[in-house]
Design a protein around this ligand. Structure first.
Ligand code: ADP
Length: 288
């Protein structure tokens, strides 16, 4: 797999701030990956997302060291418009992102600047709505949508620009479990069916465990842990020390391990946890 986003020795200090919000970050993200970024509040997650989509250094003043290469483009030399075909962004609050009163117009909004022929705009809107599973909402008023539907409209608007990468900063923080799941299933489809690289910042680590292949944990502006999901989640002591809540299923296995009742791999979803608990009960002769 080739590298689609490469961060080398990135350090960023906001203007008027004494300390670096990001320090010596190195990341290499490959095309088609689904990556989760987590960590405590103030760890630098949002700053990292803003460095990925070029908002930093183009819209925030500060000291920027190192480099961020997005789809072979250096973010220092390419502004957000130039990067839009490579990386799309979705943020926390769906209300703040939506400007149009009708869904179709919202998805068309970013396309207006591209001077595309009418038929291509039409095709892109139709495809983006299909890809996010909201074709039926095309003529709806954006004011009537649920939070989860609004976030899917925001994702559709981002992918209508045909980016290779989607970076999402806590897109489910305002959503209930049903809305959250719909977003993750949408992202899974975009990743698996259309090969879009997904980078998601998330505090609800159980969703990262379920959907991501790789996890990066930030703390105080640095990468504290990084690796395949299961490997990162097995480092419960370190995660707890950082204030990162592990998924309940992993915590359960951790407790069973501490009591000497289980010695296998950490489960990262409910199905795997079921097998762990069945095994423990079987070993104790309580489950046939
Ligand atoms: P997270 O997303 O993990 O909560 P942030 O990237 O928002 O972390 O913040 C990282 C650090 O940068 C924090 O210490 C925060 O106070 C600081 N910071 C964030 N935005 C700004 C800003 N606009 N100006 C100055 N400091 C900021």
């Amino acid at each position: 797999m080739s590298s689609i986003l490469k961060i080398s020795d990135l350090t960023f200090i906001y203007q008027n701030s004494k300390k670096a919000s990001l320090q010596q970050i190195n990341m290499d993200i490959h095309e088609g990956e689904f990556i989760g970024i987590t960590g405590p509040t103030g760890a630098g997650k949002s700053t990292l997302a803003l460095c990925m989509n070029g908002v930093i250094p183009h819209f925030y003043q500060g000291d920027f060291y190192g480099s961020v290469m997005v789809d072979q483009k250096d973010t220092v030399d390419n502004d957000c418009v130039a990067l839009a075909g490579s990386i799309g962004s979705v943020f926390q609050d769906p209300e703040a992102q939506i400007v149009a009163t009708v869904v179709e117009d919202e998805v068309a909004f970013g396309l207006e600047n591209l001077n595309l022929p009418r038929y291509e705009m039409e095709e892109r809107i139709t495809t983006a709505l299909e890809m996010t599973g909201i074709s039926q909402l095309r003529n709806y008023s954006t004011a009537r949508l649920s939070g989860g539907q609004k976030q899917r409209v925001a994702i559709a608007a981002a992918i209508a620009l045909r980016p290779k990468i989607l970076v999402l900063d806590e897109p489910t923080s305002e959503l209930d479990p049903q809305g959250t799941l719909a977003i993750y299933e949408t992202l899974k489809n975009l990743n698996e069916l259309y090969g879009i690289t997904v980078i998601i910042i998330e505090q609800k680590i159980q969703y990262l465990a379920e959907y991501c292949s790789r996890l990066v944990v930030l703390d105080k502006g640095k990468i504290a842990i990084e690796g395949p999901c299961r490997e990162v989640l097995s480092r419960q002591d370190t995660l707890q020390g950082l204030g990162v809540n592990c998924p309940p299923v992993t915590q359960l296995a951790y407790m069973l391990k501490q009591k000497g009742l289980y010695h296998g791999e950490f489960p990262i979803n409910v199905d795997e946890a079921y097998l762990v608990v069945s095994k423990v009960l079987q070993d104790k002769g309580r489950f046939q």
